[in-house]
Design a binder for this molecule. Structure first.
Ligand SMILES: Nc1ncnc2c1ncn2[C@@H]1O[C@H](COP(=O)(O)OP(=O)(O)OP(=O)(O)O)[C@@H](O)[C@H]1O
Ligand SMILES: [Mg+2]
Length: 244
């Protein structure tokens, strides 16, 4: 489903991703952990092509981008529709209601008819438990509610893969659960997901696989049970000790 080959990303002289290789099967949930600055966000942004990889290939389903050669804007645009991204700080449009935030992508990116996009947005906002809030602006919503709008918005373009970058880390503790619940429901529906999070209970319960990244590389991957209780690499062990 997802194939990442020898992916490198460099900002000027700073090498941030140093040869990422990763296969993820359809319907799997992969949690990515690792120290600050290890490249977790950059990896997700490279999959959504918010950053252009320096070299390497990424493939989702049958659609591949090879950054070892020139990649056109239209190729990038069609690839971008395959992933929905959920950001740490929600990134909602402040001057749009919840509904308008969810409608925007399908109408502008997918050229969906407005009435169709609206119907779809209402269905998605209901799915994330915000039926009553569709006409509210972001400032009228709690962090947990804003993030659930963020999830509905990412789903609205009908992505093959959902990417979550620390979706609950900006939330007050009592609001974390409602967002994780929506993510669990998505996983149960069979969505393929890559989730950067340090919510260990979520990883243990929902992830098929956990990946530990350090200094731009995948150091170790395994089932949550294996990686958390029986890490093979010293660096993984050290990192997990810090989380305890
Ligand atoms: N647009 C950019 N320009 C220059 N350097 C960048 C840019 N984006 C990220 N970096 C650098 O790349 C490195 C990896 O950043 P990244 O945000 O991917 O790490 P991370 O693993 O997500 O960290 P955190 O856990 O703090 O979110 C950092 O050294 C960061 O300063
Ligand atoms: Mg990050």
């Amino acid at each position: 489903m997802i194939e990442i080959r020898e992916l490198h990303k460099q900002f000027g002289s700073l090498k941030v991703l140093k040869g990422i290789n990763l296969n993820i099967e359809k319907g799997k949930v992969v949690v990515v952990i690792g120290p600050s600055g290890s490249g977790k966000t950059t990896l997700l942004r490279c999959l959504n092509i918010l950053e252009t990889p320096t070299i390497g290939t990424v493939k989702i389903g049958d659609v591949a981008l090879n950054f070892n050669q020139k990649v056109s804007k239209s190729e990038i645009q069609s690839f971008r529709k395959l992933t929905g991204m959920v950001f740490q700080n929600y990134n909602l449009f402040p001057h749009f209601t919840a509904l308008e935030n969810v409608i925007e992508g399908p109408v502008t990116v997918k050229k969906m008819r407005k009435d169709e996009a609206k119907q779809n947005a209402e269905m998605l906002l209901e799915k994330v438990g915000l039926k009553e809030k569709i006409n509210q602006y972001p400032f009228q919503l709690s962090g947990g509610q804003q993030q659930r709008v963020g999830i509905a918005r990412a789903l609205a373009i009908g992505p093959e893969v959902m990417l979550f970058d620390e979706p609950t880390s900006a939330l007050d503790p009592e609001l974390v659960g409602e967002v994780l619940k929506v993510m669990k429901d998505l996983a149960n529906d069979g969505m393929t997901m890559i989730v950067v999070t340090h919510e260990m209970s979520f990883a243990k319960e929902v992830a098929d696989e956990v990946i530990f990244m350090d200094q731009g590389k995948i150091i170790e991957r395994g089932t949550p049970a294996d990686l958390f209780s029986n890490p093979k690499e010293e660096r993984t062990r050290q990192f997990l000790n810090l989380l305890k």
